[in-house]
Every structure is written in C-alpha cells, then in structure tokens.
Write a protein that binds this ligand. Structure first.
Ligand code: ADP
Length: 415
C-alpha cells in the first residue's frame, strides 16, 4: 500500500510517502518514497521536497494556509516529472495517516477518521490550542483533495501514554478537578518513544516483558519516558507539552506560583505569561542568545559565554534528574536511549547528561559516543556499563504509516 503521512504543525506542513503493508512491516522492509516540508505557512514559505535518492526540489513562495500548502504538495507529487515510483495521480495513494497531537482520554489508539472522530479531535482543542487546529486543517484539506473514498487515520502523540498507571498520571490536586475536566498528565512524543522501545527490542532480541528502558527525545521539544514491558509508565510532559525537561524555548518543570507572580508583578495577562514560558524560556531564555543547541555549544566553545554554559548545564542536569527518577520508579533500567535532533547529533550533550550517573553504573564509551552520528543506531556505553546507552534515530513517520496500514486493514497492533 502507498501511504501518505501528513504532519501539520501551527505554521508548517510535513509529509512522507511510504510504501508498506503487513508483510513489509513484518520484514522491516517498508520504503520511504518521497518526503516534503513546507515551513512558514501563512507568509513567504520555504519549500523542500525530495524523491528518495534524488536531489531536493527547493522553492520559496507565499503560501496562504495549510490547504494551499497541501494542494502545492499534491501537485508536485502527481507532476509527471517528479516520478515518484508507483505514483501517477492521487488515486495511487491508498490511505492517509494524520499525526494528531492531543487525543486526551478519548483516543487510546489510532482510529479511522469519520465525522464523530473529527468532532472528538475538536473537543480536545482546549488542551492543545496550537496543535490540534493545525492537525484538523490538514484533515479537512486532505479530505477535499484526496476525496472521501481514501481512508484517513488519526494517530495521536498521547496514545502511547494512555496505559500509564493512575499514580503517575494524576496531579496532586483535588480529585474532582480530574473528574470534571480530566486534568492529568497525558504525555507527548508517543510515536517517537514507542518507536525507540520497538527498535531497542529489535536490536537486543529481548521480549517486551523483559525490558525496562528510559527514552530521551531531545529535539526542539524534549521529553523523557519510562517504558516497562513495552508500556509507558511515566513521562515528563504533562497536560500539555510545556512540562518536564528544559527545551529550546519552553521552561519545563516550574513552580506554578511563578505564573501568578509574573502576571501580578509584570502586570501582564495569563496569555502573555504562557507566551513567555512557551516561547521565550528554556535554552533561549537562559542564554539570551538562541534556542538552537548547535549555536549554544559553539558560543560556549568559541566565546566561553557564561550563560550559554549555564543553559547547557541546566538542560543536561534536568535530563539527569529524570533518568534518576525513572530508574527509581522502575526499580532499575536496562538501557537509556537518546533520540531526535539533539539526542542523535550531539555527543557533547549525551556525555554531559551522563556525567554523575556512574553511581547507577552508567558508563559512556567516549570514542563510540563521538562516532554516533545522525541516522545510525549505536550502543555508546562501555561493555561493563550496568545500564546500556544507545543512540536510536527516531522515525515517527514510519510509525504513522504502519499504524495507518493496521487500522485500514483492521490488523492487530504489534508494537
Ligand atoms: P523538532 O523537535 O522540531 O522535530 P529536531 O528533532 O530536528 O526538531 O531537533 C532540532 C534541534 O536539534 C535543533 O534546535 C538543534 O538545537 C538540535 N541539533 C541539531 N543538530 C545538532 C547538533 N549537531 N548538535 C547539537 N544540537 C543539534
């Protein structure tokens, strides 16, 4: 089957075209045929499309909204000169998989999209006001462009965490508030954490029952997850993706009193306070320079910038705290797995995040750590490290494509 995987963010549209079916999943033989990214939707957009194995097509032009962006992508896909294997027109796409951010307690697994599902995703908007509306725009536009006969599947970031035990997902606030508003920890990056757990089992040959791992998704957004017997038993993001680890522009864990204090003393609205915590905090807020870890590491190296160092040290220290907490929560761990932009590309951050974890018997092999570059799965701990450390490149699109196939064919979920 040829699956179109769509990921609409607040001002971006990402897609991949993946050939896969139940046999290909079994054999790990899925094929990515083409991918694309449109950034800055709503203004002068940057477009990068690429057929696998070919040089990229790049362009910059104004794109009004997600509908126009998807239209642009579909025109490129079906252009005879693009030559994506197996694709001549839109009818060659067998199904569409939509990444959806927040499924609250309504969606515990991927589902076929119908009118009722759309209404339920709309109901989750208050919990993800930036993300869910963009996901819905992608769903509406795809329905119009591909036609009603192409099945569409919604896959939620929150689903993987839906089996978390109550003691991990409840906040210690009056229980009635959970009953009335479902205020609880939901967790995000579920497809990524789930993929890492699956790859770890593949790499080691261990069964689900046999594994206890800690996954660290460190990109622009960052989250940690404790996975026991294949189930997410705790994760660092909460009701929304603002909680937990320190991120590029988000603060992560914070005393809630800071919010009232800021609103009162700065004389600003709640919206402005949350804008500060979401967009002007984290690495950017502490360094005063940038949210990009690459640039911070460079600043530190070339100019010994004190606040760049502070931002990096705080970032790594927060990771360490979560690793320690999750080892305690699971009564041990077999492995720690790093992924995403920072986790896959930065030996320095991996090294600094593991300093001081020797007490748990965690030892990184510096040479292997330096060798682990993007796109490569590698064990980077020493042979006598009590807990293994891995770098595993994430592949959220593959998870979305596979889930789409399983839902469309009504096949059981294997991982
Ligand atoms: P997103 O969370 O938006 O999907 P990514 O997972 O691609 O993003 O992560 C993006 C982040 O990865 C960038 O902000 C950058 O800080 C970081 N990054 C990418 N390459 C490197 C590198 N070589 N060293 C350190 N950080 C890097």
């Amino acid at each position: 089957m040829i699956i179109f995987v769509l990921n609409c963010g607040s001002s971006s549209l990402k897609f991949q075209i993946i050939e896969t079916d139940l046999d290909m999943i079994e054999l790990d033989a899925d094929r990515m045929l083409a991918k694309g990214l449109i950034e800055r939707v709503g203004s002068q957009s940057l477009i990068t499309f690429q057929v696998e194995g070919q040089p990229p097509y790049k362009s910059a032009e104004p794109i009004r909204d997600h509908r126009q962006a998807l239209n642009y992508a579909v025109k490129w896909i079906t252009n005879p000169e693009t030559k994506i294997p197996g694709i001549i027109d839109v009818s060659d796409i067998h199904a569409i998989g939509h990444r959806c951010v927040h499924g609250a307690e309504k969606f515990k697994k991927a589902v076929l999209i119908d009118k009722q599902v759309i209404e339920m995703i709309e109901d989750c908007i208050p919990l993800a006001p930036l993300h869910n509306p963009a996901n819905l725009k992608g769903i509406y536009a795809a329905r119009d462009l591909f036609g009603p006969s192409v099945p569409m599947v919604a896959i939620f970031d929150t689903s993987f965490h839906s089996l978390m035990p109550e003691l991990a997902y409840m906040y210690a606030i009056p229980y009635q508030l959970y009953r009335r508003f479902q205020i609880r920890k939901y967790g995000f990056h579920g497809t990524s954490h789930r993929f890492l757990a699956y790859r770890y089992r593949k790499l080691t040959g261990k069964s689900r029952e046999d594994t206890k791992i800690i996954t660290l998704h460190l990109g622009n957004g960052c989250s940690a997850c404790a996975i026991k017997k294949g189930i997410s038993v705790d994760t660092s993001m909460g009701l929304t993706p603002l909680d937990g680890l320190m991120m590029g522009t988000r603060c992560g864990d914070i005393d809630p009193t800071v919010i009232e204090f800021l609103a009162h003393n700065e004389g600003v609205s709640m919206d402005e306070v949350f804008s500060t915590l979401n967009k002007r905090s984290g690495l950017l807020g502490i360094s005063g320079l940038t949210n990009d870890m690459r640039d911070l590491l460079l600043e530190e190296k070339e100019h010994q910038d004190r606040r760049a160092t502070l931002a990096i040290d705080m970032f790594c220290n927060r990771i360490k705290k979560y690793v320690g907490a999750y080892i305690s929560e699971m009564n041990g761990a077999d492995a720690i797995c790093f992924t995403a932009g920072i986790g896959e590309n930065s030996p320095e951050i991996r090294r600094r995040s593991c300093i001081g974890l020797e007490y748990f018997g965690i030892q990184i092999d510096d040479e292997l750590n330096e060798k682990a570059i993007r796109g490569k799965e590698m064990k980077i701990s020493t042979p006598d490290s009590k807990i293994d450390v891995y770098v595993i490149p994430t592949n959220e699109e593959l998870v979305l494509a596979r889930d789409t196939v399983r839902v469309v064919l009504d096949a059981p979920r294997i991982w």
